[in-house]
Structure formats: C-alpha cells, structure tokens
Design a protein around this ligand. Structure first.
Ligand SMILES: NC(=O)c1ccc[n+]([C@@H]2O[C@H](COP(=O)([O-])OP(=O)(O)OC[C@H]3O[C@@H](n4cnc5c(N)ncnc54)[C@H](OP(=O)(O)O)[C@@H]3O)[C@@H](O)[C@H]2O)c1
Length: 285
C-alpha cells in the first residue's frame, strides 16, 4: 500500500455538531494506525451545505455527515458504495482524485458489529429515521425472518418499508406506536433508534419486556447517557442489553478506513472498533 499523506484532513458536517465525539475518535484511530489527522467540525444547516460541499470540503480527504444532511448527501455524491444506495443515506464521503465524491454508510457496519455473531429471528425496531434505515438494512442482510417497525409517524415507517425490495418487504411490517406492546410479542431483538429521549429522558423506560423472549437483546443507538432509561428498563426486565458505543466506534473505524481507501480486514476492524468502544465506556456513565 502506498503511504498516505503526512496529515489526513477530515471533518464532520451537520448541525448541531459542537458535542460530537468524532474529533477524539479519529485522533485515537489515527494514533492507532501510526498516522495523524486534523478533524474539524462544520456546523452547517440547510442550503448552506451546497457552498460548503463545493468549497471547504474540497480541501479534505473525507468527511462525515450527520443530521440533517444524510439523505441530501446520498443524492449529492457522484458515486455510492457499500450499503448507501439501499439505505438512501450517507454518513461518510471520500474526495476522489478526479474531484468526484464517493459516499457510503458506515452506521450499518457499526450496528452489525454491535450484534456480533448472534442470530435473531424476530426483531422490533423503534423509529424509522436515518439510523433505523441502516439498522433495517443490517437485519435484512443477516436474514432476520420478521422485522417490525414501530414509529411515531406511521407515514415515515411506511416509506422505509417501501424503500426495500419486493422480497424484503415480505419480512418487514409496521405497527402503530400505540400498539408497541403487541409488536414486542415473541421478539428476540429490540432496537431503539428514536431520539425521543432527547426531549423526554424517561421515554421508553417501561416496556412489557415479559412479552419478548427470555434471551432477548435490547440495543439502544443513543449513547448519551450510556445507560439509557430504555436499557435500564430492559435490564430490570431481565433482558440482555447493548449500548450505542460499539456502533459509534464501529462507524468511525469504518469511515477512517473508507476515507483512506483502505479495505477493512474484518478481524482488524472488529478489534480496533471494540477497543475504541471500551475506551469510550471507561470515560462515560
Ligand atoms: N450509536 C451511533 O453510532 C448512532 C448512529 C446514528 C444515530 N444514532 C442516534 O440515533 C438517534 C436517531 O438518529 P437518526 O439519524 O435516525 O435521526 P432522525 O432521522 O431524525 O430520526 C429520528 C427518529 O426518532 C423519532 N422520534 C423523535 N422524537 C420522538 C418522540 N418524542 N417520540 C417518539 N419518536 C420520536 C422520529 O419519529 P418521527 O418519524 O415520528 O419523527 C424518528 O423515527 C439519534 O439520537 C442519534 O444520535 C446513534
């Protein structure tokens, strides 16, 4: 492999971005790879993305994309790779030598890492936003037989189902938010992807976990706090839990490789991302 530049230049674009963990994550990833990087935060909302994309972004090797631009970014890239086209959302963009932009979605790799080698039959996904799209892609790709989407606004859940192929649609259904308890019946995986806790920290604290299988796994994508009300409720109900930090570390590690044009070795990727997640866990409650 040819050596990279003396200092990589990356950024995160979105709004808000001030509290992002990405600068620390990428500094750790660069140090682990024996290189260095600058990672800047670009607080850009609305149509200002256009000027940023054709201006400052051109000085970078790659950039991450967050709310509210993940869908717009998918449409703006000159090429999509990995699962980005299926998911319809891009969270990592690489600047190509011909000035093209290749987008991918590394949230999927981060979520896949969270599930590890375990197999699941019946999954419930709470939420139908950008993160839920990556989660559903992973679940369908892993052969989960039934995926139930439960979202506050039914239309958005229906849109997600409609975005999948005809054969996949046979495995994905929607359940109204008011019937969440019904959806949990027999579930062996429950994934919390909503941002409900931002406005109501106790949201989803009490669910009828007894309806799920005894060995069900509860995953929360929200990682601030690490032990969310949703996860604490699942633990009280005797169910296994996984926080959002493995996904956070995994999406960053996959983006770090993608930006540099490095083909991730699965074993190395897993070791790096899990190590990074453990170091994050040591620093937060
Ligand atoms: N761990 C990680 O690496 C990782 C990666 C990606 C995202 N995340 C986290 O996942 C969360 C969602 O991200 P996203 O990109 O999918 O956001 P998004 O596209 O804005 O979607 C937000 C979702 O939350 C739902 N929601 C918001 N407020 C709600 C409320 N009060 N009650 C019920 N549902 C509510 C929305 O429902 P409606 O459709 O009805 O509005 C929608 O389904 C964020 O907290 C984000 O930080 C974590």
């Amino acid at each position: 492999m040819t050596p990279g530049p003396p200092r990589w230049r990356f950024a995160l674009v979105g709004s808000p971005v001030a509290h992002s963990r990405s600068p620390d994550l990428f500094a750790a990833l660069a140090a682990g790879a024996g290189t260095t990087c600058d990672y800047t935060l670009a607080d850009i909302s609305g149509p200002a993305l256009d000027a940023w994309w054709s201006g400052p972004a051109r000085e970078l090797h790659g950039f991450n994309v967050t709310v509210p631009h993940k869908t717009t970014a998918a449409a703006r890239c000159t090429a999509l790779s990995g699962p980005a086209a299926r998911i319809g959302a891009v969270n990592a963009v690489r600047l190509e030598p011909d000035r093209g932009t290749t987008g991918t979605n590394t949230d999927a790799a981060g979520f896949d890492l969270t599930l590890g080698d375990a197999a699941f039959e019946r999954a419930v996904v709470l939420g139908a936003g950008g993160a839920a799209r990556a989660v559903v892609d992973v679940l369908l790709g892993r052969g989960v037989a039934r995926v139930r989407l439960v979202n506050r606004s039914p239309a958005r859940a229906a849109e997600l189902v409609a975005s999948r192929s005809a054969s996949e649609r046979a495995r994905v259904s929607t359940t109204p938010w008011s019937h969440l308890a019904d959806a949990l019946d027999g579930a062996d995986l429950v994934v919390q992807t909503t941002s409900a806790a931002l406005s109501a920290p106790e949201a989803l604290a009490t669910l009828p976990w007894e309806s799920t299988t005894a060995s069900a796994l509860a995953v929360d994508l929200v990682y601030r706090p690490r032990r969310t009300a949703f996860l604490l409720g699942a633990a009280r109900g005797g169910r296994r839990t996984a926080d959002g930090l493995t996904m956070l570390a995994g999406q960053a590690a996959a983006a770090f490789d993608f930006f540099r044009g490095v083909e991730s070795d699965p074993q190395v990727f897993s070791g790096v991302a899990r190590g990074l997640a453990d170091s994050l866990r040591a620093g937060v409650d």
